[in-house]
Design a protein around this ligand. Structure first.
Ligand code: S3P
Length: 170
């Protein structure tokens, strides 16, 4: 398996960073988290960038940072939940690498995100009551982008061996 670039896409809480890190170790690939690349370049957290510079600014640098990954090979890149949904990012990733959509159930996403709403600007102001509906509506809007991925991994339980499944299907 040489010269491969894998983009992990999916909703917040879908496990892109956690699974990406583990998969990169198993494949002997480098691992990059796009949000971390942006935070290092801007010297600010994503939450502060949203707050001080706004979402449009963030989406522009997100797209720019994504396209800066063009020349890197043998790497797994975990993208942000919104990355595929802006500009030509999704088509660009499909042309420049292999895209994998991690697609857990709403229940799994809800359980992962309910304690993390303050870390994620997109989820700010959501209470437990509104969060589940928010996730399902936003996911519904984003599916048309996510579903363009080369590979879709549906995740139904916390125990599912997603790493093995991806390795089998690569
Ligand atoms: C976002 C998801 C976040 C981050 C930003 C916006 C989104 O990344 O890029 O807060 O629009 O869904 P994660 O999916 O890694 O949480």
């Amino acid at each position: 398996m040489i010269n491969m670039k894998i983009y992990l896409i999916g909703f917040m809480g879908s496990g892109k960073s956690y699974l990406g890190k583990r998969l990169s170790t198993e494949l002997g690939f480098q691992f990059l988290d796009l949000d971390e690349v942006i935070e290092a370049a801007e010297k600010q957290t994503i939450a502060t960038i949203f707050e001080e510079k706004g979402e449009d600014y963030f989406r522009n640098i997100e797209s720019e940072s994504l396209k800066n990954t063009k020349e890197i090979e043998n790497v797994i890149i975990s993208t942000g939940g919104g990355t595929p949904c802006f500009f030509d990012n999704m088509d660009w990733m499909n042309e420049n690498g292999k895209t994998i959509f991690l697609n857990p159930t709403i229940d799994i996403l809800f359980q992962r995100l309910e304690s993390e709403t303050t870390k994620r600007p997109i989820l700010a102001n959501q209470s437990d009551e509104t969060l589940r509906l928010f996730i399902s509506q936003k996911l519904e809007n984003r599916l048309k982008y996510y579903e363009k991925a080369h590979l879709i991994i549906n995740i139904a339980t916390f125990e599912q061996n997603v790493i093995q499944e991806i390795k089998d299907k690569l």
